[in-house]
Each structure stands twice: as structure tokens, then as C-alpha cells.
Design a protein around this ligand. Structure first.
Ligand code: HEC
Length: 339
């Protein structure tokens, strides 16, 4: 069995074709999935979205991607070590194959997560950039074993170049991926924190310092209200002609709701499903209650995430950002807005 695999792997023209085709499939996958050119609703995409497996498997992406990261760093270090002393010169075929296999697996899971999940309906530039860099990295990883096998002697330089290229692609891709999950970590770095925050000396003279981040907005007035102001208030504020008796002048007005309040309560704190304030936004475009009415400036995916999050944490009137749970997706949006 192992012998058979070995002869197969040694069959260079065959491996060349396999690797070439796999690279093309990987690089074209966003196009095949209907991302480029069309809106995100290709046939394969529909299937992925329907299928619960894609979302479930996709969540393993952040776990599996650490395999190629570890493998690549090990390969790179061993090559360096081998340069220093012949004693440490090993055959890299197996590590390179492991790297290639785990990279492709990580990329496939990533694509499933991205295209199959609901979490990332708000596709961002950051995630797109992460996806492309990850794809390029996986393609490098696929070619590495072949270039390694083919490039003996002076040709070895191509292997080293691809290896270094892979390390670079992996680093930049991992950075984007990390940022999309956890926000820009450098804003939290100790050296940046000092600029961003104020130091307040507590008055009791014991010298304890409270370091408070300046950016700690009140959710309702500083995050939710601006969205309503921009997208809803032209029809739901007493400054204008109020539609359907629903005004968003004050928090109490929102709770009070409009004409349909008894059937579709406008705001049920903590209950996203039953809050028509967000429910109406997701109604089909041709529904009379689709908000804002379709000819008006629509709510963006990110704004919808923020509104839903506010309702889900209990639609507080006074609470600040630091007092509620902030999922990574929301944090990423807030970080972007801050810039
Ligand atoms: C261009 C005007 C316009 C804008 C902008 C607008 N709405 Fe409306 N809204 C209406 C009209 C008209 C109705 C009544 C629809 C009907 O009865 O068929 C309505 C009804 C509603 C209702 C149902 C209220 C009730 O109890 O009767 C909700 C909730 C609502 N809008 C929320 C919003 C939200 C949230 C936004 C912003 C994202 C928004 N609307 C933006 C015109 C607007």
C-alpha cells in the first residue's frame, strides 16, 4: 500500500497535473461559488447555505488551520537548522505533504464557513482579503512537495523561494483572519493603549490608577440612535410626518410602538425574534412592512448586526459598551467604525 502511494507520488507528470488542477479549483472556488460578478446566490451556494453540515464543519476552520501553521514553522526551522549543520539535514517530503494536506483541509473548511454559514452574511473586505491570502497560501503549500522533489541541486533555490513566500502569505493571512475574529489586536497593545486611554487618579489618594478606555459609548444613544436617525427617522420622528404612529423620538416611544404594536410589538428587550423593529428590516423587499421601504436607503448588513445585538443584550437604554457582552463580529464592526 505504502509502496503504491510512493510510486504514485514519484510519478511527476501525474502529480504535476493533480497539483495544477487542485490549484485552479482552489483559486477559482470563490468564483465557482458565485461570489465574483454575481450576487451571493449561485446554485452551489444555495446548497451550502441549506445544508447544516457546512456551518457545522466550517466552525472547525479556526482549529484546523493551526496544523499547517505549526507544520510550516517546523519545516522552515528545520531547513534553517539544516543549513547550519549537516547533522540536522532531514528529508522534508512527509512534513511537506502534511503541510499541503492540512492547508487544503483548512481552506476547504474556511470556504464552507464563509459561504455556508449565516455568521458571515456581512461579508467584509477584511474577510475577503483573508480568504484570498489563505487560498494563495494553500496553493503554495500544494506546490511545495513537488518543487522540493524536482528541485535538487541548483534548482533548490525555487523551493526556498516558495517556502519563504509561503511563510509570508501565511503570516499576512493569519493576521487578517485573527483581526476578523478578535478585532485589531494592535489597538489593545500596551504601547497603543496609553495614547487611547485616559488615566484617572482615584480621589482617595492611595495611588491606584484606573485606566479607562475613552471609547465606551452608551449603546442606545451612540450606536443605535445614529442608525435610526439616518435610516428611519425621516418617517418615524415627530420632526417629520410620523408613519404608522411609530416614532423613535425617545426610548419610551420605541417601546410604545406603533399601530401594529398589539400584533407586532416594536421592541421586546432581549427577544430579537419578536422585535418588529429588527424583524421588519428582514422582511422580503415586496412586503409592505419591509423597512426602510425599498426605494429608501437600506439598512446595511453591519447595521442590522448592531441593532440585533443591542436587542439581544436586553435593548438597554443606559448601558455602555463595557457593560454588555460583545461578540467578536460586533467588535470588528465597532472597530471599523471607530477608524
Ligand atoms: C420612507 C418612510 C419610512 C422609512 C424611512 C421607514 N419607515 Fe417604517 N414605516 C413606514 C410606513 C409607511 C409604515 C406603515 C406600513 C404599512 O402600514 O403598510 C411603517 C411601519 C413600520 C413599523 C410597524 C409599526 C407599527 O406598529 O405599525 C415598524 C416597526 C417600522 N416601520 C420600523 C422602521 C424602521 C426600523 C426603519 C428604519 C430602519 C423604518 N421603519 C424606516 C415608513 C417608513
Amino acid at each position: 500500500m505504502i509502496k503504491k502511494v510512493e510510486t504514485l507520488l514519484k510519478h511527476r507528470p501525474l502529480m504535476f497535473v493533480v497539483v495544477l488542477l487542485s490549484s485552479l479549483v482552489l483559486l477559482l472556488s470563490p468564483i465557482l461559488l458565485g461570489e465574483v460578478g454575481t450576487t451571493k446566490d449561485g446554485a452551489i451556494l444555495g446548497f451550502l447555505k441549506e445544508n447544516a453540515w457546512s456551518d457545522f464543519l466550517g466552525v472547525f476552520h479556526p482549529l484546523v488551520l493551526h496544523l499547517p501553521i505549526g507544520a510550516l514553522i517546523l519545516i522552515f526551522s528545520m531547513e534553517l537548522l539544516g543549513k547550519m549543520s549537516p547533522k540536522y539535514r532531514f528529508d522534508m517530503t512527509i512534513p511537506l505533504l502534511f503541510n499541503a494536506g492540512s492547508s487544503v483541509l483548512a481552506v476547504v473548511l474556511g470556504l464552507l464557513w464563509y459561504y455556508g454559514g449565516d455568521d458571515f452574511s456581512s461579508a467584509s473586505e477584511l474577510l475577503d482579503s483573508h480568504m484570498w491570502k489563505g487560498l494563495i497560501y494553500a496553493v503554495c503549500a500544494l506546490w511545495l512537495p513537488l518543487i522540493y522533489a524536482a528541485g535538487r541541486g541548483r534548482l533548490r533555490i525555487f523551493y526556498y523561494l516558495t517556502l519563504i513566500g509561503s511563510v509570508v502569505m501565511m503570516t499576512v493571512s493569519a493576521h487578517d483572519g485573527g483581526e476578523s475574529l478578535h478585532g485589531d489586536i494592535f489597538t489593545k497593545a500596551p504601547w497603543n493603549l496609553k495614547e487611547d486611554s485616559v488615566r484617572e487618579r482615584s480621589g482617595d489618594g492611595d495611588g491606584t490608577e484606573v485606566v479607562a478606555s475613552v471609547y465606551d459609548p452608551v449603546l442606545f444613544t451612540e450606536i443605535v440612535t445614529p442608525i435610526l436617525e439616518e435610516k428611519c427617522n425621516s418617517c418615524h420622528h415627530s420632526d417629520h410626518k410620523v408613519k404608522s404612529d411609530l416614532k423613535f423620538d425617545t426610548y419610551a416611544d420605541i417601546l410604545k410602538g406603533g399601530r401594529e404594536q398589539d400584533y407586532y410589538p416594536c421592541l421586546v428587550p432581549g427577544d430579537v425574534e419578536n422585535s418588529f423593529l429588527v424583524g421588519c428590516i428582514e422582511l422580503p423587499d415586496d412586503d409592505d412592512f419591509h423597512m426602510p421601504p425599498i426605494k429608501k436607503d437600506q439598512i446595511t448588513a453591519e447595521e442590522l448586526v448592531l441593532l440585533k445585538w443591542w436587542v439581544s443584550v436586553g435593548a438597554p437604554e443606559e448601558k455602555k459598551l463595557s457593560e454588555v457582552e460583545v461578540p467578536a463580529e460586533v467588535q470588528a464592526i465597532l472597530d471599523k467604525q471607530k477608524k
